[in-house]
Design a binder for this molecule. Structure first.
Ligand SMILES: [Zn+2]
Length: 84
Protein backbone atom coordinates (compact mmCIF):
# COMPACT_ATOMS: atom_id res chain seq x y z
CA UNK A 1 0.00 0.00 0.00
CA UNK A 2 3.05 2.24 0.15
CA UNK A 3 3.70 2.19 -3.58
CA UNK A 4 1.70 4.99 -5.28
CA UNK A 5 2.40 3.69 -8.79
CA UNK A 6 0.97 0.26 -7.91
CA UNK A 7 -1.97 1.89 -6.11
CA UNK A 8 -2.71 3.86 -9.27
CA UNK A 9 -2.89 0.57 -11.24
CA UNK A 10 -5.22 -0.90 -8.60
CA UNK A 11 -7.37 2.23 -8.90
CA UNK A 12 -7.59 1.85 -12.69
CA UNK A 13 -8.39 -1.87 -12.34
CA UNK A 14 -11.24 -1.11 -9.94
CA UNK A 15 -12.64 1.70 -12.12
CA UNK A 16 -12.42 -0.31 -15.35
CA UNK A 17 -13.75 -3.47 -13.65
CA UNK A 18 -16.64 -1.56 -12.10
CA UNK A 19 -17.54 0.10 -15.38
CA UNK A 20 -17.36 -3.25 -17.18
CA UNK A 21 -19.66 -4.87 -14.61
CA UNK A 22 -22.09 -1.95 -14.85
CA UNK A 23 -21.93 -1.94 -18.67
CA UNK A 24 -22.38 -5.69 -19.02
CA UNK A 25 -25.30 -5.72 -16.58
CA UNK A 26 -26.90 -2.88 -18.55
CA UNK A 27 -26.54 -4.88 -21.77
CA UNK A 28 -27.90 -8.09 -20.21
CA UNK A 29 -30.69 -6.73 -18.01
CA UNK A 30 -31.39 -3.32 -19.56
CA UNK A 31 -31.43 -0.11 -17.57
CA UNK A 32 -35.15 0.04 -16.64
CA UNK A 33 -35.32 -0.74 -13.77
CA UNK A 34 -31.67 -0.32 -12.89
CA UNK A 35 -30.28 -3.82 -12.19
CA UNK A 36 -28.54 -4.40 -8.82
CA UNK A 37 -25.37 -5.48 -10.63
CA UNK A 38 -25.25 -2.05 -12.31
CA UNK A 39 -25.23 -0.38 -8.89
CA UNK A 40 -22.56 -2.83 -7.67
CA UNK A 41 -20.38 -1.93 -10.66
CA UNK A 42 -20.92 1.79 -10.11
CA UNK A 43 -20.02 1.43 -6.41
CA UNK A 44 -16.83 -0.47 -7.34
CA UNK A 45 -15.87 2.23 -9.87
CA UNK A 46 -16.46 5.03 -7.35
CA UNK A 47 -14.61 2.95 -4.75
CA UNK A 48 -11.67 2.86 -7.17
CA UNK A 49 -11.67 6.66 -7.45
CA UNK A 50 -11.86 6.98 -3.66
CA UNK A 51 -9.06 4.43 -3.26
CA UNK A 52 -6.91 6.36 -5.75
CA UNK A 53 -7.42 9.71 -4.04
CA UNK A 54 -6.65 8.10 -0.68
CA UNK A 55 -3.58 6.08 -1.68
CA UNK A 56 -1.91 7.57 -4.79
CA UNK A 57 0.19 9.80 -2.60
CA UNK A 58 3.86 10.44 -2.04
CA UNK A 59 5.00 8.14 0.80
CA UNK A 60 7.24 10.94 2.12
CA UNK A 61 5.16 14.14 2.04
CA UNK A 62 1.73 12.48 1.48
CA UNK A 63 0.85 14.90 -1.29
CA UNK A 64 -1.58 13.61 -3.92
CA UNK A 65 0.19 12.58 -7.12
CA UNK A 66 -1.52 12.97 -10.49
CA UNK A 67 -4.10 10.25 -11.03
CA UNK A 68 -4.46 10.48 -14.79
CA UNK A 69 -2.48 8.33 -17.17
CA UNK A 70 -0.51 5.16 -16.66
CA UNK A 71 2.89 6.74 -16.64
CA UNK A 72 4.93 6.02 -13.54
CA UNK A 73 6.19 8.90 -11.48
CA UNK A 74 9.84 8.31 -10.69
CA UNK A 75 10.04 11.31 -8.39
CA UNK A 76 7.54 13.21 -6.29
CA UNK A 77 6.65 16.52 -8.02
CA UNK A 78 6.28 18.15 -4.62
CA UNK A 79 9.25 17.09 -2.50
CA UNK A 80 11.42 15.56 -5.26
CA UNK A 81 12.06 12.32 -3.40
CA UNK A 82 12.43 9.13 -5.41
CA UNK A 83 9.33 6.94 -5.56
CA UNK A 84 9.49 3.12 -5.48
ZN1 LIG B 1 6.69 13.98 -1.87
Amino acid sequence: MKNPNRNRLVMFALIIGGLLIAGISGVIYGVEPIPPLFIVGAVIAFGGITFGVATVRCPYCHKLLHLKGLTRDSHCPNCGKKLE
